[in-house]
Design a protein around this ligand. Structure first.
Ligand SMILES: NC(=O)c1ccc[n+]([C@@H]2O[C@H](COP(=O)([O-])OP(=O)(O)OC[C@H]3O[C@@H](n4cnc5c(N)ncnc54)[C@H](OP(=O)(O)O)[C@@H]3O)[C@@H](O)[C@H]2O)c1
Length: 262
């Protein structure tokens, strides 16, 4: 199937590694132009060189911290300057620290909202007018299986990402008639640096080995393994393509069956 992404222009946040990089790679392999963003310029430079070899589109990058107030505008300007008008926005970034939610302080909520949530809404607001004018656009936000089945010890993620789901669904209703789809993609346990770091912290908390934590996790996943980032990236590429045009306002799970509800 041709995903018809050739020469579409995408901005992918959190694209230096992990899920963001995998989505960017799937888009690049389909011939899209892709702007990669994250904080580390060195990591972005390396990722851009790798992705450049995958397809015929142009690959750019822009290093910036999503927690900084001027970042959404700077990313938008960099995308337009390097690659042209933005057709596709992939909202993604770092995850919050694990821990109990009951004693989370106001300052932590503010800080996490500022880096995980507000910049995604702001950047979407910047790219939307052009998408609506051109009658085509895609906004996809990486959330977590925790928005469907809250994950113990990841309360900040469960709470703030659920707010993103509400925003995404509301926006999908508003812009569906303009050819813009708005969806969320919910990873279960995909093998990335973040998953490895959470497993290491869980091992410490529970006083068991990382191998035991992984085995316990795998036992909860019907397919019996962690996901490969590429499986996640390819699902995203479909949703972001013209072929995914009738899917909007959805939360699509890529979790090997981890979530227990229908
Ligand atoms: N992997 C999974 O199975 C899974 C499951 C559920 C939810 N998630 C969520 O999905 C997202 C991506 O997961 P992942 O596993 O790919 O995480 P990851 O390996 O930690 O990658 C996060 C990416 O975001 C960038 N980033 C982090 N903080 C940033 C900031 N303040 N400003 C700009 N960029 C920032 C990182 O680059 P820099 O450090 O250079 O900025 C990196 O490119 C995370 O939010 C994670 O919590 C993942």
């Amino acid at each position: 199937m041709d995903l018809e992404l050739h020469q579409r222009t995408a901005v992918v946040l959190g694209a230096s590694r992990g899920l963001g990089k995998a989505i960017a790679a799937s888009l690049a392999a389909e011939g899209a132009n892709v702007l990669l963003t994250a904080r580390s310029g060195d990591a972005l430079e390396g990722a851009a060189a790798e992705l450049d070899a995958l397809g015929s589109g142009r690959i750019g990058y822009h290093a910036a911290d999503l927690a900084e107030p001027g970042t959404p505008a700077a990313i938008h300007a960099a995308a337009e300057k390097q690659l042209g008008p933005v057709d596709i926005l992939v909202n993604n970034g770092g995850g919050p620290p694990p821990g109990p939610i009951a004693d989370t302080e106001r300052a932590t909520w503010d800080e996490q909202f500022r880096s995980m949530v507000a910049p995604l809404f702001e950047l979407a607001g910047l790219v939307l007018p052009g998408m609506r004018e051109r009658g085509w656009g895609r906004i996809l936000t990486v959330v977590s299986s925790g928005v469907v089945q809250p994950i113990p010890s990841l309360g900040i993620s469960n709470a703030l990402r659920s707010s993103i789901v509400g925003w995404s669904k509301s926006l999908a209703n508003e812009v569906g008639g303009d050819g813009v789809t708005v969806n969320c993609l919910a990873p279960g346990r995909i093998a990335t640096d973040r998953t490895a770091s959470l497993d290491a912290k869980a091992a410490e908390r529970q006083g068991i080995s990382v191998a035991d934590v992984e085995r316990n996790s795998r036992a909860l996943i019907p397919v019996g393994r962690y996901g490969d980032p590429r499986e996640f990236g390819d699902t995203a590429a479909f949703l972001l393509s013209p072929r995914g045009s009738y899917i909007t306002g959805s939360v699509v799970r890529v979790d090997g069956g981890l979530v227990k509800s229908v």
